[in-house]
Ligand binder design. Structure first.
Ligand code: RIB
Ligand code: CA
Length: 313
């Protein structure tokens, strides 16, 4: 079976980095057409730099990396240096990238790819705010119907918010973009905090990364060592939640996840709950289902897949 064509849209971010590494370690299953960068965890200049650092760490400098939108559709950018550090990739000391950034804007690359590849053959994998995806859908309304699947990390229901009491960061940063994507009609699979908060890098799991004895294993261990502070302090969790790699793992082994096909709407009106994903988990409304919203993960299976694949790099 030929490899699945994907575009990873990302705001690296240590967890984005691990998601990209997992994808680049799986060329038999995943054909990464491009990595499109968006402002989110840190400003665009840094996410575009970090994405290339990660591709070079993976030994894949031929990967095409594009810079996209540097601010949300209608709001001021909110970043998360308090979680990811000043560079967005704090933890390991990694060299500046040598590989070039593509000239083409990320949004134009997304539109062109969806128009040039056979309809239904390309999946979009957003790991950050949905600004690039929404901009592409607004600029080229014909492409939403050509998307095979959107598999994104964002939102929350039982876990509620991580950046505000009500909202998860990716959706909170650009709720108008999220609303466009969730209403696009494209097949949508959502990895919310309800799942990613169960994918914790415990000391044993971190030790398994380190035990790989490779630059990738060491870097991932150091990234997650740095990245866990925020969640340990806030939730008392026993390690960093690997949010974004849940997207890549779903593409590789969907059976690791369970969820429900339900209606999910985005709060854009209220400042108090801006960016909340209002998930009709109990199906109490007659709103049409528009997303497969994940609720559980086989965490041990996830980490054995991740560790085994990282060992390949
Ligand atoms: O809320 C977690 C999400 O926000 C992750 O994608 C993390 O990288 C940040 O972008
Ligand atoms: Ca991210």
């Amino acid at each position: 079976m030929s490899a699945r064509k994907i575009i990873i849209d990302t705001d690296p971010g240590q967890d984005d980095a691990v998601a990209i590494l997992l994808a680049l370690a799986s060329p038999e299953e995943l054909d990464v057409l491009g990595v499109t960068c968006v402002a989110g965890n840190v400003p665009l200049a840094l996410t575009a730099k970090n994405a290339r650092i990660v591709c070079e760490l993976a030994g894949k400098p031929e990967t095409r990396v594009f810079a996209g939108c540097d601010a949300p559709l209608k709001r001021k950018l909110i970043t998360a240096e308090h979680v990811h550090g000043k560079t967005g990739l704090d933890g390991p000391a990694l060299p500046d990238p040598v590989m070039p950034l593509e000239e083409q804007h990320a949004v134009d690359f997304i539109i062109e790819s969806l128009r040039n590849e056979p309809s239904g053959s390309v999946s979009l994998c957003p790991l950050g705010p949905l600004t690039n995806i929404a901009t592409a859908f607004e600029r080229a309304p014909d492409i939403a119907g050509r998307v095979q699947e959107i598999v994104l990390m964002g939102g929350a229901y039982f876990e509620v918010g991580n950046i505000t009491p009500a909202a998860e960061f990716n959706i909170h940063v650009d709720p108008e973009a999220a609303e466009i994507v969730f209403r696009s009609g494209a097949p949508l699979t959502v990895m919310p905090l309800d799942v990613t908060h169960k994918a914790l890098v415990t000391p044993e799991r971190n030790a398994a990364f380190r035990a790989l004895g490779t630059p990738v294993g060491r870097a991932v261990a150091e990234m997650t060592d740095f990245f866990e502070r925020f969640d340990k302090e806030k939730y008392g969790s026993e390690g960093a939640p690997l949010h974004d790699p849940c997207v890549t793992a779903y593409l590789l082994r969907p059976e690791l996840f369970t969820g429900r096909h339900i209606n999910v709407e985005i709060e854009t009106g209220s400042e108090l709950t801006r960016g909340m994903t209002v998930a009709d988990w109990w199906r109490v409304t007659d709103r049409a289902p528009n997303a497969t919203f994940m609720g559980d993960i086989d965490a041990d299976g996830f980490f054995s897949l991740l560790t085994e694949r990282l060992a390949r790099l």
